[in-house]
Every structure is written in C-alpha cells, then in structure tokens.
Write a protein that binds this ligand. Structure first.
Ligand code: ADP
Length: 391
C-alpha cells in the first residue's frame, strides 16, 4: 500500500503524522524501532507501558539493555537481529527486563526494515507481555509432571502388588496340592478296604503339617492387613533377648549346612520389653533373609550391643548385598531389590515391611547398611529395660 495515499485517505498532514499516531496509539504491544546497529530510534506508548521506560530514557541506547544479563552474555539480542536480517523476520519469545528490574515474558518478533533497493535501514521489534500466560503454561506443565509422577508411582505400586499376588498364590497352592494328593491317596487306600496302618498315619501327618503351614501363611497375610490398617497390637512383657536369640539360632543353624551363624553378646542380662512371638518373628525373618540372600553360603554374625537407652542387634551376612539405589525402599510393602530379582531368588517383598512395622510397635528402629556383592547388615534397636524394673 502506498503511504502517501493512505496519509491522504486518512486526512493526515504527512506520513510523519501517520507514524506518530501509530507510535502513540498502539497500546499493550511494544513497538520499538531500531537502527541497523540495534540502537533504539523509535519507542511507542505501548513500549513505555510494557517496559516502564519513557521514550527519552531509551532513545539512542542499544536495545540490548532490555534483555536479562544472562541473555546479554549469551549474545541473544544480536542473534535475534541476525536472524531477522537473514530471514526477514525472527520470532522471539524471551524474558525482558523492565525499568524497575522486574522481568516479563515478552512474546513477539523482530522484522528487518529494508528499502526499495534492499538496503537495511533498521528493525522493528513488536512484543507483548505474555507473563501471565507463560506462568499458566508453567503451572500446567508442573501439574502435568506431578500427575504423571503420581501415575507412575501408582503403576509401580500396582505392578509390585501383582507380582506379590502371583508369588503368594503359588506359595499357597503348594501345601494345598500336597493336602489334596495325600487325601486322594488315603481315600483310595481306604476304598480298597485296606486298614489304617503306617502309610495312612503318615498321610494324615503330612496333611496336618501342610494345613498348619497354610494356616500360618494365612495368619501372616491377615497380620499384614492389620499392620497396614493400624489395627495390630503387641503384648509387651519383660523378656530376655539373649535367650530368644539363642533359641532361634540353634533351630536355624541346624537347617543349613552351608551357613554358620555366630552370636556375640555382652554379659547378661539383656532385658527388653517385647512381644516374644513377634520379636521371634522379627529376628527369624532377618536370619532367614541373611541365609536366603547368601546363596554361596558363609558366615552370619549376630552381634548384640548395649547402649545407654537401647539394645541393638546387628545381623550381618556375606551375601549378595543390596544396590545402594534400592536400600531406602526395602521396608516398603512388596519392594524387592534389583539384584534379588535378577538372581531369581524367590520372595514376596513383604517380610521386611512386617519386620519394620513390628519393630516400630516396640518403640524401636531398624536400619540397613550394605555393599552390593559383599553383604548386608540389618540392625534392630529396641528400648532397653533394666531387669530390676520388673513389670
Ligand atoms: P523377600 O525376601 O520375600 O523378597 P523381604 O521383605 O524380606 O522380602 O525383603 C525385601 C527385599 O530386601 C528382598 O527382596 C531383597 O531384595 C532385600 N533383602 C532383604 N534381606 C536381604 C539380605 N540379607 N541381603 C540382600 N538383600 C536382602
């Protein structure tokens, strides 16, 4: 469009007036005119509104003052002009700095101004304050990331629970299969009119033993539910920790030839207030793990130490150890370390959850220290109870 005819049509005295109207009337958009070196030669009312500088304060000054120190150091303003020169136009969305030092997210573009002969005469930069929109976008992105993380956590929890259900179903099936087999055998023998003899008695014994095992597993699952819902109670009484540990170790030591369990205790008495069945469960589980996760055998050390207010039991094995990245999550329900799974050592990831909940119910604490490939130490500390202070 011809500027002279536009000026005439609008009834303006000159094209100067047209430019002046443009600079004074366009609001909310900053309209900045630069010479070919980037010095500000035109500054609209919108630019004053958006950036806080009056025209007189910036005329003749390099437009780079509008940029953040980081962007100035990175050469961003010059790059924008170079792009505008090369491509005719450069979109630029970036932070600018107002006169009062506050930042705004400016969204707009720069255009090279060339005359009829293609000679660069300057640039025009047009931008609006899109800070609110940008903040909204950032908030959305943040919420989206949060929702995605929550979804991933949920998916992981569900996968761990499914894995647990599949393992526990197999474990429940094993005694049931044995019970069924023995019951069928009994039925066949008795059906043939055979009397009740040694074989039959053995079958009944196996059935009773497997039914007991099944009941134990179901009790354990019920305990897990009660622990999780906070409905579990312990019956605390004064007990001798050393006697409890000796009993357990004797029974377990005999069960594995590859492993040797060694107990190191300070002089008695080692009295704690605890639920004997539940503390047995705690230490049995930790000892079983020490053996299970040392498939190549080795020594398991149970070391008891007395502190002023606590008695601590450290169970150390020479087994596969636990990767550092897994250690913080071991006490979560269903969580299993990477190396336990990759080495196909069977488990449900529920034992340590139960152990830590039981220790907490005793007012104690459990910690783990481990080096992958070298072994692990699980330490249970319980409040100390002086034997003189009888219940
Ligand atoms: P499970 O042994 O049935 O998988 P636990 O809750 O007892 O479940 O243990 C959780 C996880 O902690 C195990 O799967 C294993 O990865 C790791 N773990 C526990 N004890 C040991 C140990 N002594 N050595 C190495 N890893 C262990």
């Amino acid at each position: 469009m011809n500027v002279a005819s536009m000026t005439h049509t609008l009834g303006l005295a000159s094209s100067d007036e047209l430019l002046s109207l443009l600079l004074h009337n366009v609001q909310d958009y900053a309209l900045i005119i630069l010479d070919p070196t980037g010095q500000i030669v035109g500054w609209s009312r919108g630019a004053a509104q958006v950036l806080g500088y009056e025209a007189a304060a910036v005329t003749g000054v390099s437009f780079t003052i509008l940029y953040t120190a980081e962007d100035q150091a990175a050469g961003l303003p010059q790059q924008e002009l170079e792009r505008a020169m090369r491509d005719g136009r450069a979109d630029d969305d970036n932070w600018l700095v107002r006169r009062d030092g506050s930042r705004l997210w400016a969204s707009g573009f720069s255009t090279a101004l060339r005359d009829a002969d293609g000679i660069l005469r300057g640039f025009v930069k047009i931008a609006r304050d899109a800070t609110a929109q940008r903040q909204l976008e950032e908030e959305h992105a943040h919420l989206l990331a949060q929702a995605q993380a929550a979804h991933a956590t949920m998916a992981e929890a569900l996968a761990m629970r499914d894995q647990f259900l599949s393992v526990i179903s197999h474990e429940l099936r094993t005694p049931i299969t044995t019970i069924l087999g023995q019951a069928q055998l009994l039925a066949r023998r008795l059906g043939r009119g055979q009397g009740f003899g040694e074989h039959e008695n053995r079958s009944l014994g196996i059935i009773a033993e497997q039914a007991k095992r099944l009941a134990g597993m179901i009790d354990f699952l019920l305990d897990v539910g009660r622990l999780h819902s906070g409905q579990f109670t312990v019956r605390l009484e004064l007990l001798d920790l050393e006697a409890l540990l000796r009993r357990l170790i004797e029974a377990m030591d005999a069960s594995s030839e590859q492993h040797q369990i060694v107990l190191a205790c300070p002089p008695p008495p080692l009295m704690v207030r605890g639920d004997v069945d539940r503390l047995e469960q705690v230490f049995q589980n930790l000892l079983q793990n020490a053996i299970k996760y040392s498939p190549a055998g080795g020594r398991v050390t149970v070391e008891v130490t007395q502190e002023e207010t606590r008695i601590c039991v450290a169970i150390t094995d020479e087994g596969i150890g636990i990767p550092a990245a897994d250690q913080a999550r071991l006490f979560e329900r269903f969580y299993r370390a990477y190396n336990a799974k990759s080495q196909q050592i069977k488990g449900t990831g529920i034992g340590l959850y139960v152990v830590s909940e039981l220790v907490n119910l005793h007012g104690g604490a459990i910690t783990v220290a481990s080096t992958e490939g070298q072994g692990s130490t699980f330490t249970v500390c319980l409040p100390r109870e002086d034997s003189q202070q009888s219940p």
